[in-house]
Design a protein around this ligand. Structure first.
Ligand code: DER
Length: 253
């Protein structure tokens, strides 16, 4: 199947099932799939007063280019929850955990996702893998520039095999800078276990035997001094994930 066709189909299904035209605040993620989500929202939306919360510069441009109204995350009233947030992912496992950060927007993406009553991840068939780091090889990590050397070292201690500072040789010489003026380190690890794998004895999942469980490695990396955010979004536990999948039918989550 053509990838763009798959992205558009996933986006249209996600909007059909999870976008309510009476919404007041909607989160919009980053990347290329989200462009199809915004197209579908534009086609479904009759309420000009809906405010769309971007997850970075590119996300804001997608909102504005569609003729929709952006509102900065830090302009939201403190108690306002977004009705829904849509975003893409680089990989999604059976428990709906996600690797995010391929587009280097993971920090604001996580801020917006956690501010929403419902987070809808729109991912075509390529992203759908049994475990994280099956197809996408690394965990994206946003790091303060000054802390890069120590975080690279600490990641090796945690068991990462060759973490690297992300550079953009095409657009700019030297390291990529995020919308927060931080750097991105891409850290390879072995395939990440689910909590159910650890319960089934497939590994300790705490790094001591070379295996990591999704949430344990996310916590261990987040605790490294100098790390702003980690590109792992925790999904639901196995039972809930099954429920969501049954209800949703497809892989929009
Ligand atoms: O950076 C991210 O997490 C993005 O959501 C992203 O990587 C998905 O990008 P895509 O829709 O272009 O595959």
């Amino acid at each position: 199947v053509n990838v763009e066709t798959a992205k558009r189909a996933a986006a249209q299904q996600a909007v059909k099932e999870h976008f309510n035209p009476n919404a007041t605040h909607v989160g919009i993620g980053s990347g290329t799939t989200i462009v199809y989500v915004v197209e579908a929202i534009k086609a479904a939306s009759t309420n000009p007063s809906i405010l769309f919360v971007p997850t970075g510069y590119q996300s804001r441009q997608v909102i504005v280019n569609a003729g929709l109204t952006p509102i900065a995350f830090d302009s939201l009233p403190e108690r306002v929850m977004l009705d829904v947030a849509f975003d893409g992912a680089d990989e999604v496992d059976e428990d709906l955990n996600c690797i995010k950060g391929g587009g280097a927007c993971l920090f604001q993406e996580k801020l917006v996702a956690e501010k929403a009553k419902k987070f809808v991840c729109v991912a075509d068939y390529r992203k759908n893998q049994p475990r994280l780091l099956t197809n996408w090889p690394t965990i994206p990590i946003e790091v303060a520039p000054i802390a890069v050397p120590t975080v690279l070292h600490d990641l090796c201690i945690l068991g990462s095999t060759g973490p690297k500072l992300r550079t953009t040789l095409l657009e700019k010489s030297g390291p990529l800078k995020t919308d927060q003026d931080f750097f991105i380190i891409d850290a390879p690890f072995t395939t990440l276990l689910l909590a159910s794998d650890v319960a089934a004895g497939k590994g300790k999942g705490d790094g001591s035997d070379g295996t990591w469980e999704v949430n344990k490695v996310a916590t261990a990396i987040k605790n490294l001094t100098g790390v702003l955010e980690v590109g792992i979004f925790s999904g639901l536990n196995g039972i809930d994930a099954e429920e969501v999948r049954k209800n949703d039918g497809g892989r929009t989550v």
